[in-house]
Ligand binder design. Structure first.
Ligand SMILES: Cc1cc2nc3c(=O)[nH]c(=O)nc-3n(C[C@H](O)[C@H](O)[C@H](O)COP(=O)(O)OP(=O)(O)OC[C@H]3O[C@@H](n4cnc5c(N)ncnc54)[C@H](O)[C@@H]3O)c2cc1C
Length: 495
């Protein structure tokens, strides 16, 4: 009988949803796609004619709100900015969030936020949205100045779609004209019965989680990171920066299996090992053990061995936070709330954006959910623009993922990769990681996806153009390229 941990890991792998929102989509070539997808929906989306309930002139003094955003994360912050840009925030917009903070750039939590304490870690207000895309830093004061009502630490608990109201945990009733659901994901957890809630066991989804991890790292000696996705990769890179004995454990054969090819993963694994990270691949966890003080003391594996640990970080993916919004219409295959190309749900006046939205990925003609910050930002802007203006162009997203690690002062080298497009078909790898490497995905003679490590700004700029235009490419020519620069030039000339 497999253990609960093993079942959990197996179910995560078999639903192909491990690692941070990237998903495996087996194709005829058995390659992996990065996005949760399903076939196009057969449902019709009723159009929403704007017939807002009036907010009182002394804004927000009664229960009526014109616009309500549920969630205070990445997508919510960019949505608020778009309302302001259209002059539709002041006295009209209300944001209800579970967190005690105004929206911030969540990816920082496993990057600069986890720098060793003497290496200038990022802290709020430094990374409030929208600084991640070069925009204004929207501090709590910014929301006040813009006349946006912020309801902090009071999650929405239920919705009544007939009455157009939401009720918060504390019992606040808000009547909305239009509602945008931006609740993101919650981190998948190990069950309590196998030690998933022991002191010293951490999950990272919000700033409170990251603070709690930092307080463990301050006392830690041995850290075990569970999960070989990029949360795991980022946390392991941070932990060795703290000079801690760090082991990363995962059931797959190599890091970031959903995106990296085995040979690409090997380059990263070697670099991690040179920087002190130990690997335990193909390993299943039975349970987490507690010491006499009740704190986690080890990670017991299915093979009977135990890894000593005083701090365990679990990075095994997330689930869309939809519990209060089932009546809005969920997608049964990719999860999340189903929307059309303007982020409208089936219920007029209700929209969903960011990680929680299951939207038509036009380029690849499938429904997808993308758990990445670039999509959170763009979906927010697209949705609010369509809601407030006559703009009716449907969302046409080009999948983009990135990670950056070992960026702290004194690190042997900074690692920064970007990927654009679809990871389907055969691959050609060019470069030896010293200092660069590129992987090209080619399907039916066309370039479908590109990953580049340590490119120049100009080189990174070329990637979206290649992935969007999908030029026919001469694979053998690419294979003969003697450098990443030459390979990119071959790709550019095929446009
Ligand atoms: C640690 C970490 C590192 C990441 N690194 C990267 C990266 O390197 N690159 C990348 O592309 N992406 C990265 N991501 C993913 C990226 O951060 C998300 O895709 C993005 O934050 C999604 O934005 P969102 O607004 O949909 O959800 P979130 O930013 O998660 O915001 C959701 C908000 O809704 C709130 N909420 C939930 N339920 C309710 C409710 N019922 N009522 C009120 N509020 C509610 C939550 O508390 C939260 O504030 C990372 C994510 C994490 C957690």
């Amino acid at each position: 009988m497999p253990s609960p941990a093993r079942r959990l890991m197996a179910s995560i792998s078999s639903t192909l949803s491990l690692k941070h929102g990237l998903s495996l989509r087996p194709t005829h070539q058995q390659s992996a796609s990065l996005i949760r997808t399903s076939s196009a929906p057969g449902i019709g989306f009723r159009s929403f004619r704007r017939s807002f309930v009036a907010a009182s002139s002394s804004a927000f003094s009664n229960e009526n709100r014109e616009f309500v955003i549920v969630g205070g994360g990445n997508a919510a912050g960019y949505a608020a900015r778009t309302f302001v840009e259209h002059g539709m925030a002041d006295g009209k917009l209300c944001m209800v969030t579970k967190e005690p903070h105004a929206p911030y750039e969540r990816p920082a939590l496993t990057k600069a936020y986890l720098f060793p304490l003497d290496k200038k870690p990022a802290r709020l207000p430094g990374f409030h949205t929208c600084v991640g895309s070069g925009g204004e830093r929207q501090t709590p004061d910014w929301y006040k100045e813009k006349g946006i009502e912020m309801i902090y630490q009071d999650p929405v608990a239920s919705i009544d779609i007939e009455k157009q109201t939401v009720t918060t945990n504390s019992g606040k009733l808000l009547k909305y004209g239009a509602l945008i659901v931006a609740t993101g994901c919650t981190a998948s957890r190990f069950p309590e019965k196998i030690g998933g809630n022991l002191p010293g066991v951490h999950y990272i989804r919000d700033l409170g989680d990251a603070d709690s991890l930092i307080s463990s790292l301050e006392k830690a000696k041995k850290v075990v990171v569970v999960g070989g996705g990029y949360i795991g990769m980022e946390v392991a890179a941070a932990a060795v920066g703290w000079k801690l004995d760090t082991t990363i454990v995962f059931p797959e054969n190599h890091l970031l299996q959903r995106l990296f090819t085995p040979s690409l993963a090997q380059r990263y694994e070697q670099f991690y090992q040179e920087n002190g990270v130990k690997f335990l691949k193909g390993a299943s966890i039975k349970n987490l053990e507690a010491g006499s003080d009740g704190r986690v003391s080890g990670v017991k594996l299915e093979d009977g061995s135990t890894l000593e640990a005083d701090t365990v970080v679990i990075g095994i993916g997330g689930k869309p936070a939809v519990s209060s919004f089932e009546s809005v219409g969920l997608n049964s295959s990719v999860g999340g709330i189903e929307v059309d190309g303007l982020f409208r749900t089936k219920v007029p006046g209700i929209f969903a954006i960011g990680d929680v939205a299951a939207f038509p990925l036009k380029m690849y003609n499938r429904i997808a959910r993308v758990e990445h910050v670039d999509h959170a930002r763009r979906s927010a802007q697209h949705c609010v623009k369509s809601l407030l203006t006559a703009h009716t162009d449907t969302y046409d997203y080009l999948p983009y993922f990135y990670s950056r690690v070992f960026e702290y002062e004194g690190s042997s080298r900074k690692i920064w990769w970007q990927f654009f497009g679809d990871n389907v078909g055969e691959t050609v790898e060019v470069g030896n990681f010293d200092p660069k490497i590129a992987t090209f995905w080619i399907d039916s003679g066309k370039l479908k996806g590109v990953l580049l490590e340590s490119g120049s700004p100009e080189e990174f700029q070329l990637l979206p153009e290649l992935a969007r235009r999908q030029p026919a490419i001469d694979k053998s020519k690419l294979e003969k390229a003697s450098s990443v620069e030459e390979a990119l030039e071959i790709a550019r000339s095929s446009l």
